[in-house]
Design a protein around this ligand. Sequence first.
Ligand code: CA
Length: 699
Amino acid sequence: MRRIPLLGSFLLGSFLLGSLLLGSLLLGALACTPGSQTSDAEEAERTSWLAHGRTADEQRHSPLAQINAGNVSQLGLAWSFETGQGRGHEATPIVVDGAMYITAPWSVVHALDAKTGELLWTHDPKVPRAWGRRACCDVVNRGVAVVDGRVYVGTIDGRLVALEAATGKVIWDVNTIDRSKPYTITGAPRVVKGKVLIGNGGAEYGVRGYISAYDAVTGALAWRFYTVPGDPSKPFEHPELEQAAKTWNGSWWELGGGGTAWDSMAYDPELDLVYVGTGNGSPWARTLRSPGGGDNLFLSSILALRPDTGELVWYYQTTPADNWDYTAVQHILLADLEWEGKPRKLLMQAPKNGFFYVLDRETGELLSAEKFSRVTWATHVDLATGRPVETPEANYDEVDRVILPSPNGGHLWHPMSFHPGTGLVYIPVLEYAGFYSLDPDFQPIAEAWNLGMDIEGISEQIANSEIPAAWGELKAWDPIRQEAVWTVKHPGTFNGGVLTTAGNLVFQGTSDGRFAAYAADSGERLWEVLVRVGIVAPPVTYEIDGVQYVSVLAGWGGGGVIEGGDLEVAAAGKWENRGRLLTFALGEKGTIPVPKPLERKLADPLPELGVDAAGIKRGEGLFNAYCLPCHGILAMTTDVVPDLRFASAETHQQFLPIVLGGVRVHNGMASFSDVLSADEVTLVQAYIVERARATASED
Ligand code: CA
C-alpha cells in the first residue's frame, strides 16, 4: 500500500489550505490527502504496537487475526534475541515502522529489526550498578515510549532519557528525583499531548511519591503532582495536598509517606483525562505511619488528572489507610461498555487488594467491586460509601497474621488484557498469602526497607503456621457480571502479562518457563512451547509485510520473585535465567535456545566462623534489613540473583571484599560499608552458613 510520511502529508495539506484559490481540482486533492493520512495512521495503529498498552486505553488487544484459534498450533520460532543479561525482563516491546524497541535490566534499550531480530542499536544509560541496592523489586524496566522519532526511557537511578529512534543517540537526559533518596524508575513512560509522564518507585525505602510531566521535545519539567503531602509547616506544592494533609497524622513526611506511582497510566482523549495508579504507604504499618488514623490520601488510589496541568479532577482510593502494601498501581484499563442497559465510559482495575473495580471514568463513581482472588482482609466493598469493610483478621497490631492476598497482591504489575469480542478481562492472578508482624520498636534506617514489619516474626510465622496453598491463574473475568468465566491454573504464582487478539486467542507465559495460547472464549489450551526461562513480561503482536508475529521477553524476576517466590516450581530454579526476546510466526520452525541446567552445590567445607547462636541471630536481623530484598527470605532464591546458601568457597573467602569493598559491584552487588562493620558482615556470613547447613540437613 502507499505510504506517505505523516509530516509530508501534513505540510502538503497546510500548503493547500493556504492556496484555496487554486481551484476545485486542488480542493479535491485537499479533501483526499487528509483522508489517506488518516488511513495510513490507522493502518500503522492496527498492525503495529505503538504504545505500552497498544492503545491509549491500554486494552492490550490486537485486531490482528492471521494467527487464530484454528491455526495457532502451527506457530513456531521466527527469531530470538539474547539480551546478555539475567534478572527480570518486564518490558512490553514497542513496534514502530518495522523496528522493535525493548528494555532489559539496568534500563538498557535495544532496537531490533522487528522482522529479522537484527540488532540496530543498543543504548546503556550507564546506571551506577550500586543503585541496585535501592531497588525493592529487582533492577527491572517495563519498556519505552516511542513518539515522533524519539524513544523515551526511565532509568533505575531515576533519570528520564530521550533517544533518537533511528540511532539511539541521546537527545536529552534529565534527573527526576532527589538523588540522596532511594528512588527508582521501573515503569514505562507514556506520552500524552506532547508531555512525557513518569512516576517512580521506592515506597519500601521511605520516599514520597509523585508523577511528573516533561516536555517531549526539550525535556523541561512541565508539572509534578505529589501523591502524598509533605511537611505541612511548609507551603503545599499544589492545592490538592492541603485537603490530603487532613487525612494524615503524626510526622509522616519524615518517614516519606509512600504513594509512589511506579506503573499504571491510561489516557482518554475525549475526556482529556490521564489516569494514574498510586502505591502503598511508607512504612506499610499504618499505626507507625499515621498514628491516630486517617485515610492517608492519595495512597493506593486512582487519580484522574488533566494532562496539560496535572490538576486533579477526581480520585478513588481503593484501600483507605493501606496497611498491607495493597497498591493501586496495577494496570488501569479503559473500555466503553453497556452498564445497566446504557453505554458507559468505564475504568477497570484489579489492584493488589483482590477486588476488581469498575468505575465511571468521567466522574470516578464506583459502580462495582468484587473479589477476583481469595481475600481475607475485607468482607466486601460498600457501594454506598465506596469503602472496603475490613475484617478483624486484617488487623496485625497485636497479633501476627496470615492474610490474603499477599503484599504482592491478587494481581501485581503483570498486565491484563481486555478482549472486545468476548467482553472479558484476562487477569494474571496470584493466589498466595502474606505474613504480617508489626515491629513495635520500628525506627527508620537509611538505605534499607522500612516496612514497620518484624521480619524475624514473619520468618517464625512461615516456619510455624498453616500456610494457605499457593498457585497462579489466568482468569477470564466478566467485568459486568463480576464473575470468572474460565480459569487456567498455573503451578507458579509469578506468571506473565497477557495479550488477546481478534483470532480468539489469549497469550501468556509462565513462571515455570512455558509460553502458551488459549482460546479466548473457552480457555482451551491450543498451543504451548517450553521456553525453560520464566516469563513475567506481557506478549505483543504486530504485522510486517503481511506476516503476523507474536513476541515476548523471557527472563524471570521482579518484585516477589527475587525475594524467593516460586522456589519449588520456577524455571529459574532449574535452568540459568537468561533474558531473550522470542518472536513467533505461523509455519516457522526455529529452535528455542536451551539454557544450561543450574548447578547448585554447597561449598565443601563450609567455613567455620566461630560465631555463637546469639551472633547468628544478630546476623539474621542484619541480613533481613539489608540483604533480603535481593537474596530472599531465609536466604533462599532462584537464579535471578545468587542463592547465598550455595555460595562457593571463593565467595566465602571474598565475603568481606564483596560486601564492604564492592568488588562485585559490576553485578549489582553494592558495597554496604556505609551501614555495616566488618564484624557485622561476619555475623551475616555466619547466618548464611547456618542456612546452608540447614539446607544440607534437609536433603
Ligand atoms: Ca510496595
